[in-house]
Write a new protein. Structure first.
Lengths: 341, 226
C-alpha cells in the first residue's frame, strides 16, 4: 500500500473496505460509513487529544542535540506528568525516516537535558539505547505549558509539510493523553455524530493514551505497544451493556479502543482507570468488541496483528490483496477498514 | 488543591482583569476548578499565585498557533471541561473611532479576539465539552456579548460588529450542539468599571458603572452556581 501523504483527516476520496464475518468484501466511499452501522449499535471512539510529544533540545553533558519523543506514562492523572517513557534520537529531524536517524548521544543515568523551556533527566535506559525513563522537572502546570509551547506533534517523513497540533486532533479530542493520534477517529465529524443520532446508532467515548505506532527500530517495534493507561466512563459502559442487551454491536473505532475495552473486559468490565498491558492477536478471544473500524495496516505491525482477533488469516490475506490491488492508502491519513468479528 | 471530581471545571479567557478576574475569583471561592487564560505571563502568574489551586495559562486567543496549546493546557489541568467562558475582548481602535476612521487592521484585530478566537477555542474544546455531556454533566459555553452588539453606538462599530457576530455564532451553535448536550449562551454583563471600559471612555465616572463582581455573580446565577 502507498502512504497517504496529505494530512487531511477526511479526504473526499477516502475509501472503506467492509469485511464481513461471512467473508464478503465490499468497497465503499468512507463517507458512507454510517450505512454499515446498524440501529442499536454503539460506536465507541477514543477521545484522547494528542500531545505534541516531540521535544528537541540539548544533552547537556555532551552539548549534542537530542530529540525526545514522549511515548508512555503510568496514568492519565493530570498531576502525574513527571515520569515518562521516551524514545530518543540524535541530530536530525523528522525529514529523515526514523530508521535512518542518528543514535542519541551516549546516555548515562542522571544526565540532564534542556528541552526548550523544560528541564529533564535521563533516569536510566530501558534495555535499549533509544528507550529511556525520563523525568521532567517543574510543577504540572509548568510542564504542560512547556510541552505546549515547545513540543511538536510526532512528525512523519512521508508527509511533505510538518503537522500542526490541529492536524492530529480528532473532532472529539478532549484530554491530551495520546502520544500519536488515535487516527481511526479522523473519520469523525459532527455531521457524522448527527447522522448516527438520527439513525439510532449510539456514540460513546473512552480515553486511551495511544502510544507510538513505530520507532524505526525493529527491536523496539517488537516491544510495541507499550502499556497504555485508559479511562472508561461509566456512561460508556452503560451504552455498551445497552447495545448488547438490544442485540446491537459494540463497534470499536480503532485499535486503541479495542485494547482498552478488551483489557477492561478481562477484569470484569468495570468503569474507571486501567492500564492496558495485553497484546491482542490471532489467539485473543474478544469479550466485548464485535467489530472494528481501523486504518489499513501493513502486515507485521502491531496494529495489523490486532486485526487477527477479528478475522481469519485467510480472510485478512484476501483483504490485504484487495487493498493493494485497489490502491488503498495507508498510515495515519489513509483509508479505512471495517471488520465484523 | 481542589480535586473533587464532582466540582465544576471552568475555563475563563481574559482572566486577569475586569469581568474575567471577577469570575475567576467568584468561581474559586465557590470551589470550582478553574483555569484562566491571559496574554501577560507575569499577570497570569500573579493571579494563579493569589488564587491557590487555579491554573493560569499564558496565551493569546487571537493567535491561531496558541489555540490548541491553550486548549491542551485547559483539558490537562482540569482533566476535562464543563464550562468555557469566552470573555477576552478587544475594543478595536483605541481611542474609539468612527467606522469611517477605523483602520482595517483595527477591525480585524477586534474580529480576531472577539469572534475568530472564541470560535477556534470553542472548536478545540468541543471534544472535552461533549465528553462531559456524555458523562451526564452540564456542558456549557458562555460568550460575553454587549449591548453594543444590538444598538448602533457611534464609535463602537468594530467592537459592536464583532460582538454581534459572536452572538449569532452562539445562537447557531446552540441549535447545533443541543442534541449533543452542549448548550451555548450569550451573556451581556452591562457597563462595568473595567480596564476595557476605561480604555473606551476614560472620562466616565466609575461610580456610575457596575462592579465586575456584581456581573460575575449574575453570570454564576445564570449558570445556577450562585
Amino acid at each position: 500500500m502507498r502512504a497517504a501523504h496529505t494530512p487531511v483527516q477526511r479526504p473526499r476520496g477516502a475509501r472503506l473496505l467492509v469485511i464481513e464475518a461471512n467473508g464478503t468484501l465490499q468497497h465503499a466511499p468512507r463517507q458512507r460509513l454510517a450505512d454499515f452501522l446498524h440501529a442499536g449499535d454503539v460506536l465507541v471512539a477514543n477521545d484522547a487529544a494528542t500531545v505534541p510529544a516531540s521535544l528537541s533540545g540539548l544533552h547537556l553533558r555532551s552539548a549534542l542535540p537530542i530529540e525526545v519523543r514522549l511515548a508512555g506514562r503510568r496514568s492519565l492523572d493530570a498531576d502525574d506528568v513527571h515520569e515518562f517513557i521516551a524514545i530518543v534520537f540524535g541530530a536530525g529531524d523528522h525529514r529523515t525516516p526514523t530508521e535512518h536517524r542518528k543514535p542519541p548521544p551516549a546516555l548515562r543515568d542522571g544526565d540532564a537535558l534542556a528541552l526548550g523551556p523544560l528541564r529533564a533527566q535521563v533516569r536510566h535506559t530501558l534495555a535499549h539505547p533509544r528507550l529511556i525513563a525520563l523525568h521532567l522537572d517543574g510543577t504540572p502546570d509548568a510542564i504542560w505549558a512547556g510541552i505546549a509551547r515547545h513540543g511538536k506533534p510526532v512528525q512523519y517523513a512521508h508527509l511533505p509539510t510538518p503537522l500542526a497540533l490541529w492536524d492530529v486532533w480528532t473532532s472529539v479530542a478532549a484530554r491530551p493523553v495520546a502520544f500519536e493520534p488515535p487516527s481511526a477517529g479522523f473519520v469523525l465529524d459532527w455531521a457524522l455524530l448527527h447522522t448516527l443520532r438520527e439513525r439510532g446508532i449510539d456514540f460513546a467515548t473512552l480515553t486511551h493514551a495511544a502510544g507510538l505506532s513505530s520507532t524505526g527500530d525493529a527491536a523496539l517495534d517488537a516491544r510495541l505497544p507499550f502499556d497504555e493507561p485508559y479511562h472508561l466512563p461509566a456512561a460508556t459502559l452503560d451504552a455498551i451493556h445497552a447495545a448488547h442487551a438490544r442485540g446491537g454491536r459494540v463497534v470499536a473505532l480503532g485499535t486503541t479502543v479495542t485494547r482498552a475495552l478488551e483489557h477492561a473486559a478481562s477484569s470484569g468490565l468495570k468503569p474507571g482507570d486501567g492500564v492496558a498491558d495485553q497484546r491482542i492477536g490471532a489467539h485473543t478471544r474478544l469479550r466485548v468488541v464485535d467489530a472494528i473500524i481501523s486504518g489499513t495496516h501493513e502486515p507485521g505491525t502491531s496494529h495489523r496483528e490486532l486485526l487477527r482477533a477479528f478475522a481469519s488469516d485467510a480472510l485478512l490475506s484476501r483483504a490485504d490483496a484487495e487493498l493493494a490491488e485497489r490502491g488503498y492508502l495507508t498510515h495515519e491519513f489513509g483509508d479505512s477498514v471495517l471488520i465484523a468479528a | 488543591m481542589n480535586t473533587d471530581t464532582s466540582a465544576l471545571r471552568v475555563a475563563v479567557t481574559g482572566g486577569t482583569s475586569g469581568l474575567g478576574l471577577a469570575l475567576v475569583r467568584a468561581l474559586h471561592a465557590r470551589g470550582a476548578r478553574v483555569a484562566f487564560v491571559a496574554r501577560d505571563a507575569a499577570r497570569v502568574r500573579r493571579v494563579a499565585t493569589e488564587l491557590s489551586g487555579t491554573h493560569g495559562i499564558a496565551g493569546d486567543i487571537a493567535n491561531k498557533d496558541d489555540t490548541h496549546r491553550i486548549a491542551m493546557q485547559i483539558s490537562a489541568a482540569l482533566g476535562g471541561l464543563d464550562v468555557l467562558v469566552n470573555n477576552a475582548s478587544s475594543l478595536g481602535p483605541v481611542p474609539l473611532a468612527l467606522l469611517a476612521d477605523t483602520d482595517c487592521e483595527d477591525l480585524e484585530a477586534a474580529l480576531a479576539t472577539n469572534l475568530v478566537g472564541p470560535f477556534r477555542l470553542t472548536k478545540a474544546l468541543l471534544g472535552a465539552l461533549g465528553a462531559a455531556a456524555r458523562e451526564g454533566r452540564d456542558a456549557r459555553i458562555v460568550n460575553i456579548t454587549s449591548d453594543a452588539a444590538v444598538s448602533a453606538y457611534p464609535q463602537w462599530g468594530a467592537y459592536g460588529a464583532s460582538k454581534a457576530a459572536l452572538a449569532q455564532l452562539s445562537h447557531v451553535w446552540d441549535e447545533e450542539l443541543r442534541e449533543h448536550g452542549v448548550r451555548v449562551m450569550n451573556f451581556d454583563p452591562g457597563d462595568m468599571d473595567t480596564p476595557l471600559h476605561a480604555l473606551a471612555l476614560p472620562d466616565a465616572d466609575p461610580a456610575t458603572l457596575k462592579r465586575p463582581a456584581d456581573s460575575a455573580r449574575e453570570l454564576l446565577t445564570l449558570l445556577e452556581l450562585a
